[in-house]
Design a protein around this ligand. Structure first.
Ligand SMILES: Cc1cc2nc3c(=O)[nH]c(=O)nc-3n(C[C@H](O)[C@H](O)[C@H](O)COP(=O)(O)OP(=O)(O)OC[C@H]3O[C@@H](n4cnc5c(N)ncnc54)[C@H](O)[C@@H]3O)c2cc1C
Ligand code: SF4
Length: 440
């Protein structure tokens, strides 16, 4: 189990947040690519939500054709570099690699992908020619993975694109959410700069779309509108004491960490409430920030956690402990948090039941709520004809078009929150839906 000293400088922060999948050298990439069997009906391709022709790009790396490899990747996935670093490859392409059946380490597809895309991003090599101008204009709301992927594909189809982004940087949760040991701010932003250079879409920063007047203007000025706004902030848990100093959303904590690095305040004893991937990230990151103890608490057993098992393993290896079958009932403290009162649960007929009299207090000076992100329902309700399902997700048809025909949507706002690769895959298909609509 790792023990991390509290980082006080940028160098110490970088050491604690050493990349999980460091960039490969040319020699490493040559060796690793030479192991690929170039399988017929390659299962790694089927396992990739964007269907990247993995054996082909690996063969191109092996033939020292890095530009060709990057082009193969980007042809399927405009977030090729981010995905090489942040994708849960253990569950997707690498998890499907045939080597797993022989108890041999699968091909490191993610690192090979990041190797090839890093080369072209740094060389700024022009790889793509945009489509013949159609004279149509599309507004994209949000410069996250969904918005940028949609913009790239629309430019390939010849449509002009303006992205309206609320914040001052692009890349959405790749900059504000994903763990810094997976992708740095520079890597995320550099990929978008590279794509913008290739495709010439415009991004208007600090331009949140918040009201009916802005939507009216977009509807008047553009032929179609794509919604790629992702989700909202961390949802409240709804227990007494949640407003005490030292309690914050896991997402907001990660966001602060991504921006302030070692200057981010972190408690000595941290309790993370929740069993999803964001909770695991917040726990791993608190450990790396030098917290003395980090405890993940979850209402059910470990097998029922929403997080990938490799993310839980990483949180444990980073130094986190876990409490299972416990429900938080109150955050304690006088102004600032001093502990969380829990009650123990038992499973009964698939449901959980609290065990009367089993309350106990776990002391802490920081609580991170990994309770999931809310939806931007208030904004979405302003779009006439747009339907939300019971979970607040945008309802779309097979072309990613909402009931108001001028609007399309993809990514977290539509799927409820999955991975970068899903946002990239859906947004590319949405661009084709928009293209069909504009051609009618
Ligand atoms: C803590 C955390 C860790 C994660 N880790 C991983 C990981 O390791 N690997 C992985 O693949 N996925 C991970 N994900 C999921 C992944 O980040 C998302 O699935 C992906 O970013 C979704 O892309 P998106 O474009 O739909 O939304 P977002 O990334 O949220 O982007 C939405 C963009 O829209 C902008 N926006 C929002 N509202 C407005 C508005 N009204 N007007 C204008 N702009 C607006 C936002 O500022 C943002 O830039 C993680 C998510 C979280 C929360
Ligand atoms: S399954 Fe593995 S060995 Fe086969 S093509 Fe894909 S990466 Fe190469």
């Amino acid at each position: 189990m790792a023990e991390y000293k509290r980082p006080t400088t940028e160098a110490e922060f970088a050491a604690n947040f050493h990349p999980k999948k460091p960039l490969m050298s040319d020699t490493e990439a040559y060796y690793e690519s030479s192991r690929c069997l170039y399988c017929y009906d390659a299962p790694c391709i089927t396992a990739c939500p964007t269907g990247i022709d993995i054996p082909t790009f690996i063969r191109q790396i092996n033939n020292d054709n890095k530009d060709g490899a990057a082009k193969t990747i980007y042809d399927s996935n405009w977030m090729g570099h981010a995905c090489g670093n942040v994708c849960p490859t253990e569950e997707l392409c690498e998890g499907a690699c045939v080597y797993n059946h022989q108890d041999v380490k699968p091909i490191e597809i993610g690192r090979l992908q990041a190797h090839a895309t890093d080369k072209v991003i740094r060389s700024k090599k022009k790889l793509f020619i945009t489509g013949k101008p159609t004279g149509k204009k599309v507004a994209v709301i949000g410069a996250g993975p969904a918005g940028v992927s949609c913009a790239c594909e629309l430019r390939m189809l010849g449509h002009a694109v303006d992205i309206y982004e609320a914040r001052e940087k692009p890349s959405g949760l790749c900059v504000y959410g994903v763990a810094p040991y997976k992708l740095t701010n520079e890597e995320a932003v550099d990929e978008i700069a590279y794509l913008q250079e290739q495709f010439g879409f415009n991004v208007h920063y600090k331009k949140p779309v918040t009201g009916r007047a802005e939507l009216d203007k977009l509807e008047k000025d553009y032929d179609a509108i794509f919604i790629g706004i992702g989700l909202g902030g961390t949802s409240a848990l709804g227990i007494p004491g949640e407003d005490k100093k030292g309690v914050m959303g896991a997402l907001e904590f990660v966001e602060e960490l991504r921006n302030k690095h070692h200057a981010t305040p972190v408690g000595n004893k941290v309790i993370v409430l929740g069993g999803g991937n964001t909770a695991m990230d917040a726990a791993s990151e608190s450990c790396r920030m030098g917290a003395e103890s980090v405890t993940i608490s979850y209402r059910r057993g470990p097998e029922e956690m929403g997080a990938y098992s490799f993310e839980f393993d990483l949180a444990k290896k980073s130094g986190s402990k876990a409490l299972f079958n416990v429900t938080p009932v109150e955050v304690l403290g006088n102004g600032s948090v001093t502990g969380v009162k829990f009650i123990r649960n038992k499973a009964a007929y698939g449901k959980i039941e609290e065990i009367p009299g089993s309350e106990f207090v776990e002391p802490c000076d920081m609580v991170l709520l990994g309770t999931g992100q809310g939806k931007q329902v208030e904004l979405l309700k302003l779009v006439s004809g747009l339907t939300l399902d019971q979970k607040g997700r945008i309802v779309v048809n097979e072309n990613y078009q909402v009931d108001n025909p001028k609007y399309f949507a993809a990514g977290d706002a539509m799927n409820g929150g999955v991975e970068v690769v899903n946002a990239a895959a859906e947004a590319k298909r949405a661009a084709h839906g928009i293209d069909q609509y504009l051609k009618k």
